[in-house]
Structures are given as C-alpha cells and as structure tokens.
Design a protein around this ligand. Structure first.
Ligand SMILES: [Zn+2]
Length: 100
C-alpha cells in the first residue's frame, strides 16, 4: 500500500503525520494512530510496523469518512470501525490490482 502525505475526505484535506511521541486518547489509552478532525490530520506512531501502519491508516480513514459523511446520527462504534478497518485492509491486500 502506498501511503500518501495527504488524503482528501469530502471537501477536507487531512495531513498524514508520523510522530515519535506516544499517541493517547482522552481515556489515556495508547493508540497506534489517531484522526484529529479539528486539525485535519491523521497521526501515526512511527514505531508501528508496515502492516500496523496500513491497518491504522485505513481505520482512521473510516473515522474521517464517518466524521465527514455522518454514516448515522452518532459516531460509529469503535468495535465496528475495528472490524471494517481490518476487513477492508485484508481485502485491499488480497486484491492489490483493484484500484490500479
Ligand atoms: Zn478508532
């Protein structure tokens, strides 16, 4: 998977940044990556391996799509995004020519 420096989601451009610092959510849990909608950026822990980085990016892209396109009245549950991200990443790996 080729990871670009920016992605476009709807009318918004999100920067993709690699960070040295630990990424934590508001509960203090450590994360591999995080979509920051206000800043329009996705930060990825630069200690992640390639597979983890790809999966994290797809996971965060789904968060961005949900934030921009509002799939439902509430944010999608994390458990659904987890499954969507993992399955979509596997699908892209298994069908590498599909987007070429
Ligand atoms: Zn998430």
């Amino acid at each position: 998977m080729k990871i670009p420096k920016t992605i476009k989601v709807g009318q918004f451009i999100y920067k993709i940044k690699y960070v040295n610092d630990e990424i934590r959510n508001s509960q203090g849990d450590r994360l591999f990556a995080q979509a920051r909608h206000y800043e329009r950026e996705i930060v990825i822990d630069n200690k992640s391996n390639v597979i983890q980085t790809e999966e994290s990016l797809i996971h965060e892209i789904i968060h961005c799509l949900d934030a921009v396109y509002k799939f439902s009245d509430k944010d999608l549950p994390e458990s659904i995004i987890e499954r969507l991200g993992t399955s979509l990443h596997k699908f892209i790996q298994d069908n590498p020519k599909i987007f070429k």
